[in-house]
Ligand binder design. Sequence first.
Ligand code: ADP
Ligand code: MG
Length: 567
Amino acid sequence: TAQKETLGFQTEVKQLLNLMIHSLYSNKEIFLRELVSNASDAADKLRFLALSDGSLYDGDADLRVRVSVDKEANTVTISDNGIGMTREEVISSLGTIAKSGTAEFFSNLTGDQAQDSQLIGQFGVGFYSAFIVADAVTVTTRKAGESTGVEWHSQGEGDYTLAEVEKEGRGTEIVLHLREEEGEFLDDFRLRGIVTKYSDHISIPVEMFKAPVPESEGPDGEKIEAVPGEWEAINRATALWSRDKSDISDEEYKEFYKHVGHDWEEPLTWAHNKVEGKTEYTSLLYIPKKAPFDMFNRDRQTGLKLYVQRVFIMDDAEQFMPSYLRFVKGLLDSNDLPLNISREILQDNKITQAIRKGCTSRVLKMLDRMGKNKPEEYQTFWNEFGQVIKEGPAEDSANKEAIAKLLRFSSTHTDEVTQNVSLEQYVERMKEGQDKIYYVVADSFEAAKSSPHLEIFRKKGIEVLLLSDRVDEWMMSHLTEFDEKQLQSITRGDLDLGDLDDEEAKKAQEESEKEVEGLVERIKEVLGDKVKEVRFTHRLTDSPACVVADEHDMSSQMQKLMESVGQ
Ligand code: ADP
Ligand code: MG
């Protein structure tokens, strides 16, 4: 009854395969990392389900992944005894791309191979990387608890076949039929090297077969016993995060990140902490180098995995990180939460809250440190994630001051579009007698930079922050103070320059006001209801007039933002 069925790949898969084969060729050995990483995820998932249904182990609870070669057949095989896949899961996982950010990724492709190959790294390569080295791939899988298996076969072109098959033991076996020129991967020594390089941190054993040694004779004719062949683990097979910090190299941290973060790039930085005391947990938190394609999707998933006593519980544990830090990837391992914890219970749980608080301040500290010690790295971070951090003051008022320290702005100090001025730097440069931090918000950097409101500040040499991002107005409505200094928009209400206004200038103003007596009244008559008030100003030095918002009115940017959401 084993009927073979042919199914077409989703268009995007074809595109991805094509791109991958051409652009990742110089890095082809990573296929093994990806497949071992998937096997480890499959073991995690089975262990989780077995918490509530131990029968899923079916007498085989030693989870592991095995790598072997067949020189005759020209194949490399990766097999695991993890969760396995049903027919439906095979179709959705190995026939389509279900990842979040897929639409955004494909809309970013240009058709230019060099440019697109950069993007593919960012998107993550995963299972399909098998086709970098193989011209045919056969996946045989049986889901834990099911009695029959499925065989998936493809040459990596337009389609694949599916058939129902018998499979001994649950889990997934992937046979790569190597392309002719990829014979190097048949070499046992080479494969061991790759596993050690990329997968040492995998927490289940990665095993290779140690060949048997036949019985032999020693130099004096004595008999040397035969040694039977056996599977042996070639990695450490302990959870990396449970090891001592001093025992983990940067390289290991980076490789581990690629596995947990499903990322291709190295992380920008990370923090690994064991917290003891009232709540006990370990956190390993990474800051990626690149923002994902769907950073601003409302239903975007976070990148935090939750473990309880080293047992994987769930992906996307968003309860442990505020939304403005949703770019953080990594994991938490709690000693206190019960193994049967659910998302619902996590929601309002004291332990969750304590961990979330701890992790939030860890990340803020890690970023602050990066800003101080590695300004170039921090600039990379800010350019990618600054927009998200700017949601912070509104979301997390308890950490407002710490978040404010992380902000970077364009400013009249340099007049450059790059946002690289911190509030601390601004405060250091404040003039004698200046007690406020001045800023202007406009629709674009150019508009902010050439705002007529700036004239008096430029003349007096007072620095003004130039804001023009969509979130800026909203952010500033929640950020009114820094270092005990008020943040003041220069386009709002009465501009009181305080001690910065000198006496002489004041006198000159009064005189010039007299000279044009009656002008303000005449303008008021002409404009009528269109304005609230007409005022004489000394803000301007070159422009004759400008429009200002009242202290409590919506600014023009805010009005536009509201209109754009249909208010
Ligand atoms: P990712 O690992 O980022 O989800 P992959 O392309 O590596 O993306 O894998 C796609 C999906 O295929 C996985 O999410 C998983 O559902 C399924 N899968 C791949 N390999 C295995 C495996 N060995 N066992 C069970 N499921 C697997
Ligand atoms: Mg994967």
